[in-house]
Design a protein around this ligand. Structure first.
Ligand code: GDP
Ligand code: IMO
Ligand code: MG
Length: 441
């Protein structure tokens, strides 16, 4: 049974939650491999809307097991809130949710350091979600992090907490002139969290190994997107984890040779929250219209998302660094009322034409997009059941985009609902999961 990575191809919020929810009934397991509660993955089921932050988007399907892998950083208070809210809405977690004992914890000093560091950066601030994700990964790399297994070992937890609080307090006081913490105010709530989470904490790498050996199929749910990857993204305006397909192996303990394919999720245009370059950024009325039609406000922070035209340079790059076999294109309906639609096919920089994504900060902040302009379709797409039902000009847009990015589309999403999804014929997706056809066609 195939094990497939689902990864964002842009700057996050591409609709990964919806795509994973649509595929979840066709796999046995969904696993998150990186990021933390900076993610906000929306799943809409009829009139119900769920925004998942740390829990995989397969959780709404009772037969689907959900794993929070070792590469994820977990804020236990926020995770418990998310779990309680799902349970209140009738979702069964016991027997369905598994948390890696090696996952690192987000501690109360991490969001404090996140905010303090952002304030210090001033105009060069990243525009983080403020959840403490970056500082938690700093501690992991510095080897002073506290892991889920440590939380369940009271003596070790207290020892690590004491060391960290002393160290972080100096940093907060002397470098950032910010409020400090005391051990007891963290220890007691965290020990309560330990009691709550203990039944879910396990060796998820071993569990995944056994499941895969017994023939289970696993979906790896990426958070954020390729352009926010710590190595391959628009550094330093990125998140602090390996968001790209490679992260799926290290972030779960599943060996690369047991991962059989990669599916990218791309919006029909581009959005970004926070600072940093966005070469195809729209301004004025066009941006406002797309933001309003696409409801482009952050699922985690509520911030308005910056909007831009589709960028084939970015998407081609995402195909390359993730080895994408196929792409699910989302939010096509948001362009339904645009008289013209643009695709960026290259960048111009100091007289040169760049067709490969440049990594240098200075180059990226100075590039001019080169656009191809197509006429819009000016007709609704959300009732289309297959590609042939789409307006001819929408099909032309999709064909041109597909040609430019060099990977076939497997799915066209025309609305947030599960059934607002068109399956593309002859895509790798139907070879991986043939049963998707009967559930969507
Ligand atoms: P994620 O972080 O990649 O999971 O994406 P988000 O959930 O942050 O943002 C995507 C938003 O678009 C959510 O509100 C989804 O419900 C919504 N959405 C997903 N697919 C479509 C689509 O095809 N059309 C429209 N109009 N909305 C969509
Ligand atoms: P999903 O999974 C969009 C952005 C932040 C900021 C940068 C660093 O819903 O697609 P961080 O808090 O991670 O240190 O912030 O990354 N960012 C996201 N943007 N979608 C996300 O997640 C994001 N998670 C982080 O806005 O620019
Ligand atoms: Mg999101």
């Amino acid at each position: 049974m195939p094990n497939i990575v689902v990864v964002g191809t842009q700057w996050g919020d591409e609709g990964k939650g919806k795509v994973v929810d649509v595929l979840a009934p066709h796999v046995n397991v969904v696993v998150r491999y990186q990021g933390g509660n900076n993610a906000g993955h929306t799943v809409v089921v009829g009139r119900e809307k769920y925004v998942l932050h740390s829990i995989p988007s397969g959780i709404l399907h009772p037969g689907c097991r959900c794993v929070i892998g070792c590469g994820v950083v977990v804020d236990p208070g926020s995770l418990i809130e998310e779990m309680e809210s799902l349970v209140q809405r009738g979702v069964v977690l016991d027997g369905n949710l598994f948390i890696s004992k090696n996952a690192h914890l987000i501690m109360p000093y991490h969001p404090a350091l996140d905010r303090a560091s952002e304030a210090k950066l001033g105009p060069r601030r990243i525009g983080t979600t403020g959840k403490g994700v970056g500082p938690a990964y700093v501690d992991r790399a510095a080897r002073v992090g506290i892991r889920m297994a440590d939380l369940l070992d009271e003596r070790l937890f207290r020892e690590k907490l004491e060391y960290n609080v002393a160290q972080k307090n100096r940093l907060l006081r002397e470098i950032y002139d910010a409020q400090t913490f005391n051990v007891d105010e963290i220890l007691h709530p965290y020990l309560r969290y330990a009691g709550w989470l203990a039944p879910y904490v396990t060796d998820t790498a071993l569990l995944l190994h056994k499941w895969i050996d017994s023939g289970y199929s696993v979906l790896f749910e990426g958070a954020q997107g390729t352009m926010l990857d710590i190595d391959h993204g628009t550094y330093p305006f990125i998140t602090s984890s390996s968001t790209t397909a490679g992260g799926a192996a290290t972030g779960t303990g599943v060996p690369p040779k047991k991962i059989h394919g990669a599916l990218g999720v791309a919006k029909a245009y581009t959005t970004r929250v926070g600072g940093g370059p966005l070469p195809t950024e729209m301004t004025g009325r066009v941006a406002e219209e797309i933001r309003a039609r696409g409801k482009e406000y952050g699922a985690t922070t509520g911030r308005p998302r910056r909007c831009g035209w589709a960028d084939a340079v970015v998407l081609r790059y995402a195909v390359r660094v993730n080895g994408l076999d196929t792409v699910a294109l989302t939010k096509l309906d948001v362009l339904d009322q645009s008289e013209t639609v643009k695709i960026c096919v290259a960048y111009r920089y100091q007289g040169d034409l760049l067709t490969d994504f440049p990594g240098e900060e200075t180059v990226l902040s100075g590039v001019e997009p080169v656009y191809e302009e197509l006429s819009g379709w000016m007709a609704p797409t959300s009732r289309a059941k297959n590609e042939a039902d789409l307006p001819a000009k929408a099909r032309q847009y999709l064909e041109r985009l597909q040609e430019l990015i060099g990977a076939p589309f497997c799915m066209i999403s025309t609305g947030p609902q599960r059934d607002e999804t068109i399956l593309c014929e002859d895509s790798p997706l139907l070879r991986w999961f043939p049963s998707v056809r009967s559930s969507l066609l």
